[in-house]
Design a protein around this ligand. Structure first.
Ligand code: ZN
Length: 428
């Protein structure tokens, strides 16, 4: 590979604390120089931000099993278009990723597609059934760093405790979908005024908070690593903040939709706004934003959950939960968090890249952007505005809650170890 220099970009690298305009030269898959002269091909990056490639802790790629909704290839193409260089693929496929065979299948599909690194998440329990532990050791042996039954909670405290203890052997992370199911039977939308008005069964905040509190107690007792996915309530932010202050080994994520939308979006019964956990209230949005700003919540993670139109476009009660997220996460974060002054650009990029990479020990992702480090990068135009068009998505599905929204911040190039995965607006 010949040398290539990106000239005039604003280099924002949370891993090294860098924020400066500089040329960045890439050769042989690595960064060879920051702040030097032009070598080889010159790529004008004037006015662009150059940052570590984005890292998603929570992606549903649907393959194997539901390739009508998404495949590893289509999902990672959407990832590259969104500036992501790494995604953690959730285990609720068919068959479930509860043994090393499925892990290896997903890794192979990802390598063949070449759009992004995929880090499969293993199931905690066999078949996501909540009873017997999945083959955690065998999956850890082929590189799995996180286990989750996401979509389903690990209901039993005994099973959760055993899983945390077992994962600790590999210093791996358990991410438990926090939902106390006895409180969410038939639940459709956040319990409150809007659900009442719409006549939809309420989904109480306590369903999330009870489970998070339990898991924090269990993780603390064992010194095990816990990750709290898709934080949606003020109470959960408070629980995680207090646990971190006590030294519990916990990390947390929040989705772009929980940072930017409320249950008011559901007033037209459009099932595109049906998601688990549900959209909450303005007070919860304010709390998760504050939690992201102060580091209580480590990462922005998409919970990219594609559903084929014939599945998603049913009546609210029948429609499955979930929203697309990979292609809009950066722009939603820039528009609703950076533009509003909630977080600075460096913290936003930390939450989208460096912090999630660190929380899963994903070497080679999340920066730093220094000589010798992998050239795994995103370049985006922070000033460009665009309108979200579901038909233009690289995903096989169309269920974005941001359809028609005007957003600021557009990905121009994505590079994985020096190779373009997305160039001038096109998936490579
Ligand atoms: Zn979940």
């Amino acid at each position: 590979m010949t040398a290539r220099t990106f000239t005039g970009a604003r280099v924002v690298d949370p891993a090294s604390g860098t924020d400066k305009v500089a040329n960045v030269t890439v050769e042989g898959g690595v960064v060879t120089e920051v702040g030097g002269a032009v070598h080889g091909e010159r790529v004008d990056a004037d006015g662009l931000v150059l940052a570590p490639g984005l890292v998603d802790l929570h992606t549903h790629l649907r393959e194997p099993g539901r390739d009508d909704a998404e495949t590893v290839a289509s999902g990672t193409a959407a990832a590259a278009a969104g500036g992501f260089t790494a995604v953690c693929a959730m285990a609720n496929t068919d068959p479930v990723c509860d043994h090393a065979g499925v892990v290896e299948q997903v890794l192979r599909l990802a390598r063949d597609a070449g759009h992004a690194d995929v880090f499969p998440v293993g199931a905690v329990t066999k078949g996501l059934a909540g009873d017997d532990l999945a083959e955690i050791g065998a999956m850890a042996a082929v590189g799995v760093r996180c286990f989750s039954d996401d979509g389903h909670p690990v209901r039993s405290a005994r099973v959760m405790r055993r899983a945390l203890a077992y994962a600790r052997t590999w210093d791996a992370v358990i991410a438990n979908h926090a939902e106390e199911a006895s409180l969410t039977e038939d639940a459709q939308l956040n319990e409150g005024e809007v659900a009442g008005l719409l006549g939809l069964a309420g989904w109480p905040r306590e369903a999330e908070e009870v489970m998070v509190a339990r898991d924090l107690i269990l993780a603390a007792g064992l010194g095990a690593r816990l990750h709290v996915p898709h934080v949606s309530t003020r109470g959960t932010v408070d629980l995680v903040r207090a646990a971190k202050a006590r030294g519990v080994r916990v990390t947390a994520e929040v989705t772009p939709h929980h940072l930017s939308l409320t249950d008011e979006a559901a007033t037209g019964y459009d099932p595109v706004f049906k998601v688990n956990p549900p959209l909450r209230t303005a007070d919860d949005v304010a709390a998760v934003r504050a939690g992201l700003a102060d580091g209580t919540i480590d990462a922005v993670a998409t919970d990219h959950a594609p559903h084929a139109p014939e599945q998603k476009e049913q009546e609210w009660g029948q429609a499955p939960c979930g929203m697309l997220g990979l292609e809009t996460a950066l722009a939603v974060t820039l528009t609703d968090l950076v533009d509003t002054g909630t977080v600075g650009l460096a913290r936003a990029l930390d939450a989208l890249s460096t912090a999630p990479a660190r929380s899963r020990d994903l070497a080679g992702h999340g920066g730093p952007i220094v000589a010798g480090a992998p050239a795994t990068l995103v370049l985006f135009d922070p000033a460009a505005t665009w309108t979200v068009d579901p038909a233009a998505s690289r995903s096989r599905s169309r269920n974005t809650p941001f359809a028609g929204r005007r957003l600021r911040g557009r990905v121009v190039h994505t590079l994985l170890r020096g190779r373009f995965t997305f160039r001038d607006g096109q998936v490579v």
